[in-house]
Each structure stands twice: as C-alpha cells, then as structure tokens.
Design a protein around this ligand. Structure first.
Ligand code: IFM
Length: 467
C-alpha cells in the first residue's frame, strides 16, 4: 500500500528574503545586520554576500511560474524588514510593500497559498545600532512592523509566521557570533531570546488586531532533538539542560507561559534575568493557530569529559564562543551514520520524535513542517541535468516518518521543503546547496533537479513513491 497524504495537505517550499532576493539597495531598502555582517571580512565563506543572491527580486514572476509548474500548493517566504520599514520605525515604504503585494498576487493567481514569515534573521541595522535584540525596544519595533505588514497583506495572506528559528537569532547571533550581528556575549544571547519571545507575543497580538480573524498565526522553531549519549544520570542531565536552552526557552513561554523550571538556575552564572518584566509572560503566551517545526538533524550530548576531541561537534559553525550559555558542563558529539554536505547527521527518526513530542506538549495545535531538506554536492551532468538521488532519499525518508507520525496522532497539515532553490547559506555562503532547483551562480539560470520533479509528482498524487 502506498503512503497517501490527505488531499488538503500543503505541499510547499520555503525561502527567506536575504537568502534569495538581492537588490539590497533598491526601492529604499537599507542594510540589515546580514548586509553588514556579510560585508565584514572573514564572516562568510569566500566573503560571499546577499547583494545579488539569486536575484529573486527581479525574477520573482519566473520563480513563481516555476513553483506553479511543479504543482506546489504553498510557498513560505519572508519579508525583508528593512525593505518595508527601512529604519525599523515609522510608516511603511510603499515601494517595499509593492514587491510583496505583487508576489502575493502572483502566487494567488496561480493557486499557491502564501505563508509569510515576518522575521528570518535580517534585523534593520539601525535597530541593531540601537541595541538589537538584547534591547527591549526591539520587540516593540517588531510589533509595529508586524502591524504594518498585517494591514497591507492580511486581506490576501492567510498564513503568518512571526519568527523563523529564534534560537539562531539569539544564540548564533549574540552568543557564538557565527551569525549576524556577530556578538559573543552569553548574557546578550539570553536577553535576545527573551526579547524575541516578547516580539513574537506582541506581534501576534498586533497581527490579530490588524487582520481578518480567519488568518492563521504560527511561529517556526528549529526545535532540537537532543539525545543523551547514555542513560547515565549525568548524560541525561546534560540533555535536559540543552533541551531547555534549545527548545524550552522558546516553547515554554510561547506555548505554556513559563520558562523551563531549571533554566534560571542553569544560567545564573550568566544573568539574573532581571530583563523579564511583570506581564511579559502573559504577553508572550498568545493563542496560536499552528506550530511550525524546522527539522534537519539530531544532537548527541553527554556530560563533558574535558579530554574528548569531539566535544564541540554541535553543527553550528566554528567559533571559540559557545552558543549554549551556562552549559560548559555539556559535550556535543557527532551522531553516528550518514551525513549531508553540511556534516549534519541524517536521522529521520528525530522528526518523528519531534512531531509526537509537540502533539503531546501542545494538544490540539496543528503542526507544520516549515523546513526540512538537505545540502548536497549537486553538479550538472554533461547533459545539463542535475541528479540528486541523495536529496530524494533524504526527503522520502523524512516524509515517510511524517506519515507515520500522522498515523500515530500528529496533526500535521503541511510540509515545506527547504529550499525552493539554491541560495545564500548564511556564513557558508553559496558553497552549500539546499535547493530543489539548481542555480548557476554565473548566469543565475534555474534548473529543476531530479528532486524537484520527484517532489512535484508527490504533490500531484499525494503518494510517497519508493526511491
Ligand atoms: O538556510 C537555513 C534557513 O535560513 C534556516 N533554517 C536552516 C536552513 C539551512 O541551514
């Protein structure tokens, strides 16, 4: 019996503004923290920047036509904050909004449901200069920006995502410094985490006030699947600690209105959390319509053994600074098995565990896989075609566990493949290809890979074929 998905299951692809748009100085757009960071020597592989990216800003119609040709039913994209509100304050710039209005109209004309992410890591530089996410005011600025975008597009966009992977914004941006803005302060990373939570809550309220009630609001978390290396109590405690810092720090306040029980004690050497004000948790804990989960790999941890060479194999870039405040007692290990071109272990069972975990932790809340995919060393063959059987296998195995999880009770409504096309992979530059569509970075020509055709067939039939 073939695995069959429900007929209304969303078959999507995902991208983000800075990774694909380019046109960084057009229409009044000002630099975001990623413009500044990528232009700082030594921050990205080969000095790559998103200045041109894959030129989606100018090729948007062609890209939407490609999605339509592939039969996709939803497209998750993000809005560039500094394109719409260049200083991060005040009224929206119509030229900036126009681009997203055209994009949404184009999608709707072709029967593709837009899923709009408000923040995918590109804070306006002016707001970073005013303190960035460690500053409380940034949350208020975000709510104001959300209201502007909600008022402009809420009549046509039904699916909204406040933040993408706030863990990366807080802990890679302000802790390990491998992401923009490249700060390395453990305390700032926890302040940023709290203010991102607050931003999510305030933006959710602002969106509800600005948009029709039918619209659905979600957040996309890169919830980690943290496995202890053994059942030794010290290893279990290490996994608990990292789970709180990776997951509970966001889903605790967002879904349950409270930070994890031990988080404040675990991080007491770093901060006293005085930046959490009365009423914040109430503001953060807003009813949601769905929870977005981004999944790529699992983490394997143990209590630290100072002599072990593999103790920082946590897959988040190289930095002398840890993205895990207060967790020096934890060691990370490379999980066994095959890896993608990112060096991330391939473990579909992690996605199953994640979906069932949130089915239990947030009963009744529909789930979306808002990102899943693999970087592979793709290259065109002599005939110009790009065959990527490893990606197809990755997608198939992960989608098979999505089905299993649904059979076990998980209310999964859709899946977004990361990514529509090859693009700027942050500090890795253009060296890592996640796309279902190959991009020739010289000509910017797009060529659907075999995986795109495979995924199109799945979207058409709803049936998961054998690889
Ligand atoms: O490219 C990123 C994306 O921006 C956020 N989630 C993970 C992807 C792959 O690293």
């Amino acid at each position: 019996m073939p695995d069959r998905f429900p007929s209304d299951f969303l078959w999507g692809v995902a991208t983000s503004a800075y990774q694909i748009e380019g046109a960084v100085a057009e229409g009044g757009r000002t630099p975001s923290i990623w413009d500044t960071f990528s232009h700082t020597p030594g921050r990205t592989a080969g000095g790559d920047t998103g200045d041109v990216a894959v030129d989606h800003f100018h090729r948007m119609r062609e890209d939407v036509a490609l999605m339509a040709e592939l039969g996709l039913t939803s497209y998750r994209f993000s809005v560039s904050w500094s394109r719409v509100q260049p200083t991060g304050r005040g009224p929206a710039v119509q030229l900036g909004l126009d681009f997203y209005q055209r994009l949404v109209d184009e999608l709707l004309d072709r029967g593709i449901a837009p899923a709009l992410t408000l923040y995918h890591w590109d804070l306006p530089q002016e707001l970073e200069d005013a303190g960035g996410w460690p500053a409380r005011d940034t949350a208020c600025r975000f709510a104001e920006y959300a209201a502007l975008v909600g008022a402009a597009l809420g009549d046509r966009v039904e699916r909204w995502i406040t933040l993408n992977e706030p863990w990366c914004s807080a802990f890679l941006g302000y802790g390990s410094g491998v992401h923009a803005p490249g700060r390395t302060s453990p305390e700032a990373s926890l302040q940023a985490a709290h203010h991102l939570n607050l931003a999510h809550g305030q933006a959710t309220s602002a969106l509800r006030a600005a948009m029709p009630a039918r619209n659905q609001i979600a957040v996309s978390l890169n919830s980690a699947v943290v496995r202890p290396r053994s059942q030794d109590p010290a290893d279990l405690e290490a996994a608990r600690r990292i789970d709180d810092l990776a997951n509970g720090v966001f889903h605790g306040p967002m879904l349950h209105g409270a930070y994890p029980e031990h988080l404040f004690a675990d991080t007491a050497s770093v901060t006293d959390w005085a930046f959490v004000h009365d009423g914040d948790l109430r503001a953060i804990h807003q009813p949601l319509d769905a929870l977005g989960l981004n999944y790529y790999t699992t983490s394997l941890v143990s209590a630290a053994e100072p002599d072990r060479a593999d103790s920082r194999a946590d897959g988040h870039g190289t930095s002398a600074h840890s993205p895990w405040p207060g967790a020096a007692s934890v060691a990370f290990h490379q999980p066994p098995g095959e890896r993608t071109a990112m060096g991330w272990a391939i473990d579909p069972s992690g996605l199953y565990d994640l979906l069932l975990r949130y089915t239990k932790e947030a009963p009744g809340l529909p789930l979306l896989v808002t990102e899943n995919g693999a970087a592979c060393d793709d290259r065109p063959g002599p005939d110009g075609a790009v065959h990527d059987p490893d990606r197809i296998r990755y997608l198939r195995d992960h989608l098979a566990v999505v089905r299993r999880a649904m059979e076990a009770g998980a209310d999964v409504r859709g899946y977004y493949l990361w990514s529509l096309m090859d693009n700027f992979e942050w500090s890795y530059g253009y060296g890592k290809r996640f796309g279902a569509v190959y991009v020739d970075y010289e000509t910017l020509a797009r060529t659907p890979k075999s995986s795109a055709r495979w995924y199109a067939e799945l979207a058409r039939t709803g049936e998961l074929p054998e690889v």
